[in-house]
Design a protein around this ligand. Structure first.
Ligand code: PBE
Length: 270
């Protein structure tokens, strides 16, 4: 009985998500940097396809290596998952999710600016919306609205000193993942109660940064830093305003089911 060669077992393929995701770009870097990943590929398709591959593998106790992140409902549905150690630090250690605003927002829409600047919540808040949507089958938007009704203490912190408006428009630019749909639809529900006319636009990460930089979008709550979206952030960093973290304790990396007898990216084989 020899050790399993996981490289061969997964055909030297990491099961990835959308090509436009930060974690996809980071994984290409990991493949370049680690000798153990030499000759490997990341299969980029969609989060839904990754989730269904993962589901299949876990049912059959087959090996699989995915690009994973927290907050995400995967870890609630499959608690026996682990991040592979990343001794080269390609995926960083701890990520935060930042709010960034277009230049001029503070002067033009001071109340909306104040609100997005004061928006701050926890991993467990965001996760509760994602889990509830997974469990009930209700859309994130509906669950986010309920969450706002049930968490007025938090909402009153965010809205401190924020005055109501009369139909002012606000464009919130977001990415298509459940995590970011949760924050965007929570913010939309809060803003609508204050009289805003809010549009949530889900786009690729590159377009999120581009549209805040060129002023088409007012703000985003979806910037994962310091690693995940670094390339996009750096490209436009002098063309937007960074309002800081709205959520701390996020993480990205290569993730495997715990039944796999492997701890580190360096344990993989070319
Ligand atoms: N994610 C979820 C995104 C950001 C949010 C980690 C898949 C990404 O990689 O860009």
């Amino acid at each position: 009985e020899g050790e399993i060669n996981y490289g061969e077992a997964v055909e030297h393929t990491i099961t990835g998500i959308e090509p436009g995701a930060g974690i996809s770009v980071t994984t290409e870097k990991a493949i370049e940097e680690y000798d153990s990943l030499s000759g490997w590929e990341v299969n980029l398709s969609s989060t839904a396809a990754m989730a269904s591959e993962l589901d299949k593998a876990i049912k059959d106790e087959e090996p699989i290596i995915i690009t994973g992140w927290n907050p995400h409902w995967t870890f609630a549905k499959y608690p026996d998952m682990k991040y592979l150690d990343d001794p080269k630090g390609i995926y960083g250690t701890e990520e935060v999710i930042k709010t960034i605003a277009r230049q001029g927002l503070k002067e033009e829409k001071p109340n909306a600016y104040k609100l997005v600047d004061q928006f701050k919540w926890d991993v467990k808040d965001m996760e509760s919306i994602m889990y509830e949507s997974q469990e009930t089958g209700d859309d994130i938007e509906a669950v986010a609205k309920r969450w706002v009704e049930n968490n007025q203490d938090k909402i009153s912190e965010w809205t401190k000193g924020v005055e109501e408006v009369d139909g002012e428009s606000f464009e919130l630019v977001s990415t298509p993942w459940d995590s970011e749909r949760s924050s965007a639809f929570v913010m939309k529900a809060v803003m609508e109660k204050l009289g805003y006319d809010v549009t949530v636009t889900p786009v690729d990460v590159a377009v999120v940064f581009e549209s805040i930089a060129n002023g088409d979008g007012d703000a985003t709550l979806a910037a994962w830093m310091p690693v995940t979206h670094k390339d996009f952030y750096d490209k436009y960093s002098d063309q937007f305003e960074d309002l800081g973290a709205n959520l701390e304790g996020a993480k990205i990396g290569l993730v495997v089911p715990s039944y796999m007898d492997i701890e580190s990216i360096e344990d993989l084989e070319p």
